[in-house]
Design a protein. Structure first.
Length: 308
């Protein structure tokens, strides 16, 4: 085999590998030419090139046809393995079989989604993909980098800072409600704007949603009397159940907490812009079979379903 200018052995063309395999199987140049859809003179030229590149006659004429030389015998397993690898590369779509897959998926989400989305997602995954492990990651300044690197697979929420290089799909729209103790001493049925301004509030201070609420309050000139600030929704239901405080929060979270903690869900007494919850993923993983499966699960569970 002659070395190329850069010191590496020249690569065999795929057509020469196929010829090598067919000659070994058929022992006939004529038959190999038919299977390749080529003329016999063309195949003879290919065989001459193959012999030159491999530095061996490879096949010799005998009464029983073209028989392989010892070097051809030694090379045929390698050639067939290379052809099989090329076929897989060209045709195989690495699918994802949830029933048998063993894979970890990291989903970046807010702690509100731990309450509203994660239970349904986990139940579905456990029933359809028992070997899959889920990890709930945070949404923060590193979310984009984690999605790009593959450390995280998708992100669920309102993440307007994700721009070029990311795909997104709207799942549902969120508006706002207020939540209070079902036995609140001063609120019975309707929450008026006067009630809202008079009562003590719990302020949730993290996330894009909190900025939307703060902007709406500023536009209306409403100054809430904040008694307690929380970084998220952990412990919120227990606090509301044991105090006379109220909280303003996205409807899905409010209705979920209202059901599970027997709290009163009240219409917000002033308009707050709604927002969309989306799933986000990086373009690098747009065609990854596992990522496609996970996105399909989330769409099937949450698409256009506001309160789930």
């Amino acid at each position: 085999m002659n070395p190329s200018a850069d010191g590496d052995a020249p690569l065999l063309e795929v057509k020469l590998l196929r010829l090598f395999d067919l000659l070994y199987s058929t022992h006939s140049v004529t038959h190999a030419a038919e299977l390749l859809g080529q003329s016999q003179p063309t195949v003879s030229i290919w065989l001459a090139r193959l012999r030159e590149q491999l530095g061996d006659p490879l096949f010799v004429r005998t009464p029983s046809g073209m028989q392989p030389t010892p070097r051809a015998e030694a090379l045929i397993p390698i050639a067939r393995s290379a052809l099989e690898s090329l076929r897989k590369l060209a045709t195989e779509d690495a699918g994802f079989e949830p029933a048998t897959a063993e894979r970890r998926f990291c989903i970046c989400m807010t702690d509100a989604s731990h309450i509203t989305l994660l239970p349904q997602l986990l139940a579905h995954v456990r029933s359809t993909a028992p070997g899959v492990r889920l990890e709930a990651g945070r949404i923060d300044a590193t979310t984009g980098e984690r999605l790009q690197s593959g450390e995280a697979d998708i992100a669920l929420g309102l993440i307007p800072e994700l721009g070029a290089g990311f795909y997104q799909q709207v799942l549902f729209t969120q508006d706002w409600v207020c939540l209070a103790n079902r036995h609140h001493p001063r609120i019975d049925g309707e929450l008026t704007l006067d009630d809202y301004c008079r009562e003590g509030h719990i302020g949730i201070v993290s996330g894009t949603g909190s900025r939307i609420l703060a902007s709406a309050l500023e536009d209306r000139g409403i100054d809430r009397r904040i008694v307690l600030e929380l970084p998220g929704f952990l412990g919120l239901a227990a606090i509301l159940s044991t105090t006379d405080l109220i909280v303003t929060l996205p409807r899905q979270t409010g209705e979920t907490l209202g059901r599970t903690a027997d709290l009163r869900v009240l219409p917000c007494p002033f308009p707050i812009p709604s927002f969309t919850v989306k799933q986000h993923w990086h373009a690098r993983y747009h065609h990854d079979a596992g990522n496609r499966w996970l996105r399909g699960v989330c769409a099937g569970l949450f698409l256009h379903n506001r309160t789930n």
